[in-house]
Design a binder for this molecule. Structure first.
Ligand SMILES: [Zn+2]
Length: 181
């Protein structure tokens, strides 16, 4: 992925990509986003889904901590109970850390530590979307099981594979969704 997009993801979601520049004996994130620009929007949306609830919970906790004993939400006083509830929510909504983001067998692989089951569901959805999205340009695509598997739109598949592309056209997802790991 080109540097500009890599930089934007790290700037927009620093919590998730906090190991982006950590040493390679700690994380594979040091290699950056090892896939094409066409998947930027998928990774951006996934990052928002992984980070958003965590940020909201953090904000709520800060709010109630600041407003203990003060006129707060809807004019009532913030209580210790509000803080405890916000703390519980915050604890249940951790922000995972990305440890590797790459293309493999034509689809996105997004590895994290510290994710909840709900967060793993978002990741699975993003990986399925990548099997339907051209890795080069982001248009609708399909995974071609030719050579190294690649997920490409019609135009980029024709450029890459020539006439062979037509043979596999419109068999979307057939290979990509058959679990390979
Ligand atoms: Zn394309």
């Amino acid at each position: 992925m080109r540097e500009e997009l890599d930089t934007k993801l790290v700037a927009d979601y620093p919590e998730l990509y906090r190991d982006r520049f950590a040493p390679m004996n700690q994380t594979a994130m040091c290699w950056g986003f090892s896939c094409g620009d066409g998947w930027y929007r998928i990774i951006d949306a996934l990052s928002a889904a992984l980070v958003g609830p965590h940020r909201r919970a953090k904000k709520d906790l800060e709010y109630w901590t600041e407003n203990l004993g003060k006129q707060a939400w809807r004019g009532r006083e913030g209580t210790q109970e509000d803080i405890d509830k916000a703390q519980k929510k915050f604890d249940e909504t951790p922000c995972p850390v990305a440890v590797q983001v790459k293309e493999k067998f034509g689809t996105l692989r997004f590895y994290v530590h510290g994710a909840t089951d709900a967060q793993y569901n978002y990741i699975e959805f993003a990986e399925l979307m990548s099997a339907r999205t051209c890795e080069i340009c982001g248009e609708h695509g399909q995974t071609y099981p030719i050579g190294w598997n690649q997920t490409l739109c019609d135009k980029h598949a024709d450029e890459e594979y020539g006439e062979e592309a037509a043979e596999y056209r419109n068999k979307t997802g057939q290979w990509a969704d058959e679990g390979d790991e």
